[in-house]
Write a protein that binds this ligand. Structure first.
Ligand code: 5AD
Ligand code: SF4
Length: 433
């Protein structure tokens, strides 16, 4: 089989990053593709899309239009991921030069898609939970492993249940074997992925032993050579005491946790159908800080959800003040098709949304400056995983701060003790001790 070149662009969440790795693995091992970063020499151009907010969807059509103009003669273009799921054959109508459309949750059909003219695979009931993908990883030291697919929470703003379908857990044996294989190949850290990881074990495709997320973490931590376990995203509703104890007491579990708040107002949380209130959220966050004093808590916040009043927004600011998140991902509410919130009354005008987002981000930056200042002179353990410009190498602490030192390849994949000598909002600088 002659060698062909693949160019792939990935947008969106960690789940998409892993889906792209699966696509590359399937195509390289079964269809003889090799990766290229030069789009002009590619025989196949793939865009793995995100549709969680509206902007990337608009960008998609202008981007594939640009790709069409520069691609070499005969090269194919495929649109994959969440936007492929929800727009389906509308993509062919708006961009007739697209060769195939492959939704999230249909990734295992990629080899068929590239060989079938105008292939469309967008079934959100398709069950890939037991499919064994070929192996490929961007980063040999940190390995992403899916533990569940889909989500059936149906938060009222969120399109994900309509692009990735209902939640289903991946069998324990598959996860364990995949982790073991990655560790044997040199991985030090495993990053468990799912839309709702701590709901793991609620539903499998076939009969399965009883297991929950805490059990899964404990079992994986027995793998020798595996040094760190991370996961995303957990749901605050499912953070029970058993989970918090395992999180706090298992030394391989990194003390960094994502707790998507979305809003601090009970009214808005109810309208979002999040299943918890402000009191529960604060209780969990404080409990985690009490059990793990060095923990980093990151969060997602949406401002200007339909009906959000000034008072509701103040409740969100109040949670920010109380929890003092180490990392914040914040978004203006974006109206998404198929979701309940899209037809709610009292959609918030753009200027109010922008001003709330700025208020939130500015205050968070102030908090962050105070937080990073406290990291100065600390001694931390860093897993180095990436070469940077000017002879620097970067990695993360257990609690997820990005640390950079002067150094080269010899540090990659190694855990080293570092003293923090200088701090910036986005990166800490240090020296090996
Ligand atoms: N508008 C704005 N932000 C959204 N998110 C999900 N859906 C929307 C939407 N319609 C955010 C949530 C979620 C993160 C991945 O994206 O905060 O946690
Ligand atoms: Fe979307 Fe809510 Fe599911 Fe997260 S939990 S993917 S926000 S529906």
């Amino acid at each position: 089989m002659s060698e062909k070149k693949l160019f792939i662009q990935t947008l969106g969440c960690a789940m998409n990053v892993r889906d792209s790795e699966h696509i590359v693995a399937e195509l390289s091992q079964k269809e003889n593709y090799t990766l290229t970063e030069d789009i002009k020499e590619a025989d196949l151009i793939l865009i793995n899309t995100c549709s969680v907010r509206e902007k990337p969807v608009h960008k998609l059509f202008s981007e594939i239009g640009a790709f069409e103009k520069i691609k070499k003669n005969g090269a194919k273009i495929g649109v994959c991921g969440c936007t492929a799921s929800h727009l389906g054959d509308e993509i062919f109508k708006r961009a007739p030069y697209v060769d195939f459309v492959l939704g999230a949750r249909n990734v295992s059909k990629i080899t068929k898609a590239v060989k079938t003219p105008k292939f469309i695979g967008t079934d959100i009931d398709y069950d890939e939970s037991e499919f064994t993908f070929a192996d490929f990883r961007n980063n040999p030291y940190k390995t992403y492993i899916n533990i569940s697919i889909g989500c059936d929470k149906h938060c009222t703003y969120c399109i994900v249940p309509y692009t990735r379908g209902d939640e289903i857990s991946i069998p324990f044996d598959i996860i364990f074997k995949e982790t073991l294989k990655a560790v044997q190949k040199g991985a030090k850290e495993v990053f468990l992925l799912g839309q709702n990881v701590n709901n793991y074990g609620k539903k499998f495709r076939n009969n399965h032993k009883k297991i929950d997320f805490s059990d899964l973490l404990e079992e994986l931590s027995t793998i020798e050579g595996l040094e760190r376990i991370r996961f995303t995203s957990p749901h605050p509703l499912h953070m029970d005491d058993k989970f918090l104890q395992v999180f706090a007491n298992n030394p391989k579990i990194c003390k960094s946790i994502h707790m998507p708040l979305q809003s601090g107002s009970d009214n808005i949380l109810k309208a979002m159908k999040r299943g918890y209130d402000k009191k529960w959220y604060l209780n969990r966050a404080f409990k985690i800080r009490e059990l793990c004093p060095d923990v980093s808590i990151s969060t997602d916040i949406i401002v200007a959800f339909p009906g959000e009043s000034d008072k509701d927004f103040e409740e969100t600011m109040d949670v920010l003040e109380q929890v003092r998140f180490e990392q914040l991902f914040s978004f203006k509410y974006s109206k998404r098709p198929l979701t309940k919130a899209a037809s709610m009354p009292n959609q918030i005008p753009e200027d109010i949304a922008s001003s709330r987002l700025t208020t939130l981000q500015n205050r968070h930056n102030e908090i962050l400056d105070e937080i990073v200042l406290k990291q100065k002179n600390k001694e931390v353990k860093v897993l180095f995983e990436e070469l940077r410009a000017n002879g620097a190498v970067a990695g993360r602490t257990d609690n997820n701060f990005l640390v950079q030192i002067q150094g080269s390849e010899e540090f990659l994949g190694k855990l080293k003790r570092v003293k923090i000598t200088d701090v910036k909002r986005m990166v800490l600088h240090g020296e090996i001790i």
